[in-house]
Design a protein around this ligand. Structure first.
Ligand SMILES: Cc1cc2nc3c(=O)[nH]c(=O)nc-3n(C[C@H](O)[C@H](O)[C@H](O)COP(=O)(O)OP(=O)(O)OC[C@H]3O[C@@H](n4cnc5c(N)ncnc54)[C@H](O)[C@@H]3O)c2cc1C
Length: 425
């Protein structure tokens, strides 16, 4: 994690000055999930002033989760991805500026400089700049036919290349890589997933879930290579031809899709001197180290239990967006709900609730063989979270139990006759 200017007193100062609601223009940088939420929530907070939502993409604000799933599969249209129509934004008097980048923030003058030369004044500023896909850091990573997926245009390029490809190699066995692999198999392609670690989705799920998904992908014809060490991409006339492993093997590929994580877009915040540490540092109410500036979504990190936590999820973008709007209005609306996330791969819905890192006991409830089960995680007998496979009810029950701070015992959890609802009355 990189550390840019650390302003230890900043967050404190920010809290002390929270009482004064904004009246002048509020500028939101980044028109994605979090940015749209900040704008919407400002109106819900009865903010009557100008709201400018500025995004550097050419598209209207859209949701990203379907990009590696139904949109890539061609069963969802661009119109169905939109978070808000122009009409909806107009009704709330939210001024959307697309295809324009915010190049700089001058905190002293309280202005932002736009890529078209305009300089706009703000009273409140929300940074919702998201993140970008991490490029492949090796020889051949920039060849034609080597692609990453973050936006609509990326999906379009991948979908087009996928049609023409026979052999597809996905580098990275995380959520996005596996979702793309499942979609590509749906088109009947030969798909190989290369994962450097010893199991799939290792950052987010426990070994039992990783193993279930490895088997499921393999049963659907995806080749999974764990512990894969890559040295480069071989090409012919600058178009990818194969992926080369450290053992000297050449895995044929007409299309390589790289899903090896993200880089948060913090450059603007760093240049403006805001505290950043692998993300823009915010508190639970989405305040940055500057009292006039909030931040929300994938570009942020917050301190929790002595470590920096970055959640890259729709829920986080939405909840932090709500907190950020409240904070700009001088109100405290901390995001304290239990984190949750989902991923769709083939016919399997994986839903995660809570943060299970550091668990000392895992309890399986249901049948792994039937593909309908949950893994519940405990520390010192207390529920930390769960990963549910085709078990939406148990996912919802975990969220409610964590939000209410109640915990079943591991024994109750293992007992299929035990109903979690008895704890939630
Ligand atoms: C393929 C894919 C699948 C996903 N699947 C799931 C899922 O199943 N479940 C889930 O919970 N989450 C999923 N996510 C994650 C989820 O989409 C993100 O967490 C969410 O979009 C974050 O919203 P955000 O507003 O922080 O960032 P973004 O949606 O990335 O929006 C940020 C916007 O800011 C713009 N921007 C950046 N810098 C500037 C600047 N200087 N000036 C102007 N504009 C700027 C960016 O171009 C972008 O449009 C997925 C993401 C991807 C890419």
């Amino acid at each position: 994690m990189s550390m840019c200017r650390s302003d230890e007193l900043g967050l404190q100062a920010s809290r002390q000055q929270r009482a004064k609601p904004m009246q002048g223009p509020i500028i939101i940088v980044g028109a994605g999930q979090a940015g749209v939420q900040v704008a919407d929530s400002l109106r819900q907070e009865n903010y009557a002033g100008r709201i400018l939502l500025i995004g550097d993409e050419t598209h209207l604000p859209y949701q990203r989760p379907p990009l590696s799933k139904d949109f890539l599969a061609g069963v969802v249209t661009e119109a169905q991805l939109l978070l808000r129509t122009p009409d909806m934004l107009a009704r709330k008097n939210i001024e959307l500026i697309t295809n324009i980048r915010v190049n700089a923030v001058d905190r002293a003058a309280k202005t932002v400089a736009l890529s078209d030369g305009r300089v706009l004044a703000y009273e409140g500023l929300a940074l919702t700049t998201g993140c970008r896909a991490r490029p492949l850091p090796m020889q051949g990573g920039a060849h034609e036919g080597v692609m990453t997926l973050r936006g609509i245009d990326d999906t379009r390029h991948i979908a087009k290349a996928m049609k023409a490809a026979d052999n597809i190699v996905v580098i990275g066995g995380g959520f996005i890589g596996l979702e793309i692999a499942a979609t590509a198999r749906g088109f009947g392609k030969t798909v190989t997933v290369l994962e450097a670690g010893d199991r799939l989705m290792a950052r987010a799920v426990s070994p039992v879930i990783s193993e279930y998904f490895r088997k499921h992908h393999e049963s659907r014809g995806v080749r999974i290579r764990l512990g894969a060490k890559l040295v480069g991409i071989a090409s012919h006339e600058d178009h990818v031809k194969a992926v080369e492993t450290a053992e000297g093997e050449l895995i044929p590929a007409d299309l390589v899709i790289v899903g090896i994580g993200i880089i948060p877009n913090t450059e603007l915040a760093q240049a403006a001197g805001l505290e950043c540490e692998g993300g823009i540092v915010v508190d639970a109410s989405s305040r940055t180290s500057d009292p006039s500036i909030v931040a929300a979504g994938d570009c942020t990190v917050r301190r929790e239990n002595g470590r920096m936590l970055r959640l890259e999820s729709v829920q986080n973008a939405v909840e932090q967006g709500k907190s950020a709007a409240a904070a700009l209005m001088g109100r405290d609306r901390p995001f304290t709900a239990c984190p949750w996330f989902w991923s769709d791969q083939f016919d399997v819905k994986l839903q995660m609730a809570g943060l299970s890192a550091g668990y000392d006991q895992a309890v399986i409830r249901g049948s792994i063989d039937d593909g309908v089960f949950s893994a519940f995680y405990f520390r010192d007998g207390k529920l930390l979270g769960s990963d549910s496979v085709n078990q939406p009810r148990e996912h919802m029950a975990t969220r409610r139990m964590l939000d209410k701070n109640v915990s079943p015992t591991p024994e109750q959890t293992a007992d299929l006759t035990f109903n979690f609802q008895t704890l939630l009355k």
